[in-house]
Unconditional design. Sequence first.
Length: 187
Amino acid sequence: MFRTTRRVRRVAVTTLVASSFALGGAAFLAPTAGAAVPAASCTVTPGPTGSVVITGEGFTAPRKLNDGESTQPLNVDASGNFRETRFQKNVNYTVLAVNEDQNFIFVNCKVLAKPSPDSPTSKPNAPKNTQADFRQGFKDGYGAGKPAAAKSCDSRPQADKSQQHSDSYWKGWGQGVGAAFRQACNR
């Protein structure tokens, strides 16, 4: 009888795992009657260096992380959260329960898209090439060039290109510095 119960339990868990993978979502076991358990979630964020950051919340320890090739223990904190950084073999990860009585036997991690260099999210204030940019650049360049020219006509200030501005702005900035130097040094 003990063997039959174990076999039935194994078939039930295997069926649950297989159906979850087939549906592509996370499968959750129902909590005991009357208990409200928050949903556990897991996300995978690809990094720029070929690594992935895997984060989760709503889990009870102990847990393991499966990457399709191996399973390793997770460090789940007292709040039920974890954060792992791995070099990317793949981006398909699953958080597995260690004990049978834990909620959320397994949760498939959702992959967040890596922002492309041209996407608006990677450049929140993407500059535009407009006349207003040129005028603002000229004004800023003139403002930087005037005190520099007053100190010495031999060294012009260099633009701080770490700031995000359009090409029009930088052209205006250079012409503004030039105008300030011509005015101060060609008398």
